[in-house]
Design a protein around this ligand. Structure first.
Ligand SMILES: Cc1cc2nc3c(=O)[nH]c(=O)nc-3n(C[C@H](O)[C@H](O)[C@H](O)COP(=O)(O)OP(=O)(O)OC[C@H]3O[C@@H](n4cnc5c(N)ncnc54)[C@H](O)[C@@H]3O)c2cc1C
Length: 418
């Protein structure tokens, strides 16, 4: 599936798309380019013209997905720093974010294409519209994306407080919710950068206004890392080739993906993902840690489930974050355990989030909602560090991975995950 952010068939018969970095996407680029060379064109008088080197339709790939342009990095992608902070400090001091290109006043007439096809209604696909009162109703396209930037920054003034609210889990406004538009190419990170800078000039400049850029630099970092690390971001051992004895227990994995683990914080997050295609960053870190640390399940199964469900799925950010979460990413300091009792206490102290997604918990007093005991599903695994609220985030080591598990996985995901 090819999702070019901008695809224009001009009168010169060129197709423009954004340059991708990961192997499956690069393969699609090659296939599209090859197929375009075979496109038979109609001349102005309606005759078929044989494609040749001068008249065949060309695929023009343009770098456009990151905030810092790849050509403006102070190092080549192959010598990218292995630690995020080094990358961030380097680009912040040595590179400049390019301005957005001005929108042309006119693009000329649209090419005459008889049948554009149509996008099927979701009911035709056997799906139903989810009824979610506490979330953002994502609408596709650039206009909706720009409206969201305008709403979040200017109308609601939420950029001022982003750093304090960004770890929330419930509602439309604890974080920007820009990611689905960024992933589909409907929103440029350079546009967000310009709007942040304008906000800082016209309203206020503080830690929160900076923090949106800080997060967008993470996004850039994962994209550039995918060039440096190639397919190793899809491999069990990750870029560091860590040997670990992961399980692929289907019962445990199904409990996780269907939100039936017996831990309301995990189940509520997984139900949100299944229903809406979105999950907060806090939720993603918690369910990832639970899958790999408490369940010891192969992190790639989790990453692939996210790939299936997420509206903002992007191979670089998804597999990049999963490798970090599983402790196989290039920076071992990011190898963290998220204690469910502690996360529940800090980020959902009133049990509002879990009660929203798991209505059966609403009758319980707030302090019982995260550990409802016999009133809820029996936990499918015990927590590594028990149910105490005082457990700190811990760094854990990993064991040795078996060849049998590795072979089973190869069958599912092809070459990319060898
Ligand atoms: C296991 C896991 C998987 C993830 N998979 C994806 C994915 O497939 N696609 C995706 O876009 N993000 C992914 N993320 C990153 C992050 O969770 C989402 O970008 C964020 O939750 C989107 O919500 P938001 O736009 O409101 O973020 P905000 O908090 O408002 O952040 C603003 C923007 O910064 C970027 N950003 C923020 N955090 C991160 C991060 N950790 N890594 C990379 N970029 C970040 C995003 O583009 C985001 O839109 C993943 C994180 C984890 C822990």
């Amino acid at each position: 599936f090819f999702r070019p952010p901008v695809t224009l068939v001009s009168l010169k018969l060129e197709v423009y798309a954004q340059k991708e970095t990961c192997s499956e996407e690069l393969n699609v680029e090659r296939l599209v380019s090859k197929s375009l060379q075979k496109v038979v064109l109609s001349s102005s008088i309606g005759q078929s013209v044989k494609p040749n080197s001068t008249n065949s339709t060309k695929l023009e790939l343009i770098w456009g997905s990151s905030m810092y342009h790849i050509d403006d990095l102070p190092f080549s992608c192959n010598s990218l720093p292995d630690v995020y902070t080094q990358f961030r400090k380097s680009v912040e001091s040595k590179s400049k974010v390019r301005s957005c290109i001005k929108i042309p006043t006119s693009l000329g007439p649209a090419p005459s294409i008889k049948d554009w096809g149509c996008i099927p209604e979701i009911t035709v696909l056997g799906l139903e519209k989810a009824k979610v009162s506490k979330g953002l109703a994502f609408v596709g396209g650039e206009s909706a994306a720009v409206s969201r930037v305008c709403e979040y920054f200017w109308t609601k003034n939420l950029l001022r407080t982003y750093k304090e609210t960004r770890n929330g889990m419930l509602g439309p406004d604890y974080s920007t919710k820009f990611s689905p538009w960024l992933a589909s190419g409907s929103l440029s990170p350079r546009f967000i950068y310009e709007e942040v800078k304008r906000f800082e000039r016209e309203r206020e400049s503080n830690d929160s206004t900076y923090w949106v850029l800080f997060e967008l630099i993470w996004r850039d970092y994962f994209r550039f890392l995918s060039i440096k690390q190639g397919n190793s971001i899809f491999h069990a051992g990750g870029p560091r080739k860590v040997e670990a004895n992961w399980s692929q227990n289907p019962t445990l994995f199904d409990a996780w993906r269907n939100g039936q683990t017996g831990y309301p914080l995990i189940d509520a997050n997984m139900k949100e993902l299944l229903t809406t295609g979105f999950m907060s960053n806090r939720g993603r870190q918690i369910v990832c840690s639970f899958l790999v640390r408490d369940m010891n399940i192969d992190w790639r199964m989790g990453a692939e489930w996210f790939e299936t469900c997420l509206l903002d799925y992007d191979p670089c950010s998804n597999y990049g974050n999963w490798t970090y979460g599983a402790g196989v990413g290039n920076d071992p300091r990011e190898d963290r355990y998220f204690s469910i009792p502690k996360q529940a206490q800090n980020y959902d102290p009133e049990g509002e989030f879990v009660a929203y997604w798991l209505p059966q918990l609403r009758v319980l007093p707030k302090e019982k909602r995260h550990f409802p005991g016999l009133l809820y599903i029996k936990p499918v695994v015990a927590l590594k560090f028990g149910n105490t609220k005082t457990t700190n985030n811990k760094t854990m080591g990993s064991g040795t991975r078996t060849t049998a598990d590795e072979n089973r996985w190869k069958g599912r995901k092809g070459n990319r995950t060898q």
